[in-house]
Write a protein that binds this ligand. Structure first.
Ligand code: ASP
Length: 405
């Protein structure tokens, strides 16, 4: 019964995606119809998701901390999660750079005169660090600042652990509220096929096949990188560290991958990703912490995209990057992907940081901006898959640790 239900959501989303693309193609040339009458329903759906995601993260992390019953255990899981995220991201950017260098000869050389791109003010690393800690209780919720919400929920979760006697560690108010928001999330997730249709259709109608034009080859290389990274890295990690067949992993990830693809938002995909992680057997207390953190700081797809675009932009300007410059890109793109918010288009903004770290002209972003959404759909799908692979692995490690005790 459960199996049937699981398949049906994946199939529904898939049909919605294909249908959305077909209707989108049919509406090319009449994009305003799709923008005016179809996109608003996608926006309603995304608004509901955005609305639910902050309380969901807040209560699920607290409930996770409480059920772990041990602050040290949360710390150990946190460290392992961050190490996994950093290593896979560094690997992703390396794949991006290697592929882009291999296929550089096929890239088009676009005109770079008259390029204008207004880069956002660069943020200093120390300011990013300070910005993780909230200075007002409600502000993180109002601004949906995920990292601040994570910090707040950890502190309060720890406080609850410290004041609650051991035997009474089911702190019912938090657990109850967590259940309520989980239920509300499930209700919203059921609407995802409609959401997917209404989100993808205007994107296809507006961009049309012609926009791909000269950038098709760069897009292809980025997508090749996304696929290779997912297939090689996640297959290897889930089978080695969690003993799970990669086929099982990817099959259960289909709803979240398709949703990420059409919404281009890791944070928006969080509710559906939590469900997929549960079906994959990840512990709730682990995934309620690992997935929101990943949706905010773990961006392997974004890193691949930044690698490919750096090489492409450099070649348009007739610049050849040296090996040390590429190492700098690996470092900055890993940091940039941590600073990238899990919302559409954020990765392109952070590309400015990567380009300027090796002295490439930031205006080059204008070369790829027109098709950013298409890059973004693929990179988001990879981003969230990486998060779930981590939840599956950490859960398996925790289970092994428990059984050794
Ligand atoms: N849209 C991506 C995400 O939400 C971030 C990016 O733009 O790279 O994961």
């Amino acid at each position: 019964m459960n199996e049937k239900k699981k398949m049906s959501l994946a199939v529904q989303i898939f049909i919605a995606l294909v249908f959305g693309i077909i209707v989108g193609i049919a509406l090319t040339g009449h994009a305003s119809v799709a923008e005016t009458y179809i996109r608003p329903f996608g926006t309603i759906f995304l608004n509901l998701i955005k609305w639910i995601v902050t309380p969901l993260v807040f209560f699920s992390i607290m409930a996770g901390v409480i059920s772990m019953r041990d602050i040290r255990k949360v710390g150990a899981i946190g460290v392992r999660t961050i190490v996994y995220y950093l290593c896979t991201t560094a690997f992703a950017i390396t794949i991006g750079l290697v592929l882009a260098n291999a296929f550089k000869g096929f890239f088009p050389v676009l005109q770079t005169t008259d390029l204008v791109y207004e880069a956002a003010e660069p943020v200093h690393f120390m300011d990013t660090l300070v910005g993780i800690f909230p200075s007002n209780f409600v502000d993180p919720f109002v601004k949906a600042n995920m990292l601040q919400i994570i910090v707040a929920s950890l502190i309060i979760g720890f406080a609850i652990l410290l004041i609650t006697p051991e035997q009474d560690s089911e702190f019912t108010m938090v657990t109850m509220l967590n259940d309520v928001f989980m239920k509300a999330m499930e209700m919203i997730v059921k609407l995802s096929p409609i959401g997917v249709f209404c989100l993808i259709c205007p994107v296809v109608a507006t961009n049309g096949p012609s926009v791909l034009g000269s950038l098709a080859k760069v897009l292809l290389v980025a997508y090749l990188g996304y696929i290779l990274h997912a297939v090689i890295v996640y297959s290897f990690t889930v089978s080695t560290f969690a003993g799970m067949s990669p086929v099982t992993f990817f099959k259960n990830m289909i709803p979240a991958i398709l949703f990420a693809f059409s919404s281009a938002s890791s944070v928006g995909t969080l509710p559906i990703n939590l469900e997929c992680a549960e079906k994959l057997g990840a512990d709730k207390d682990v995934s309620s912490f690992v997935l929101p953190l990943g949706a905010t700081i773990n961006m392997d797809g974004t890193a691949i995209y930044q690698g490919v675009c750096s090489i492409f932009i450099a070649s348009c300007f007739g610049i050849s990057l040296t090996f040390p410059q590429m190492l700098t890109i690996v470092l900055t793109a890993t940091l940039a992907s941590i600073g990238t918010a899990g919302v559409p288009g954020a990765g392109m903004v952070m590309l400015a940081m990567v380009l300027s770290s090796v002295g490439l002209p930031v205006e080059g972003i204008a070369l790829v901006a027109g098709v950013d959404r298409i890059f973004d759909m693929g990179r988001t799908a990879v981003n969230i898959t990486g998060d779930t692979s981590c939840a599956v692995i950490i859960s398996a490690m925790e289970r092994r640790r428990k059984s050794r005790k």
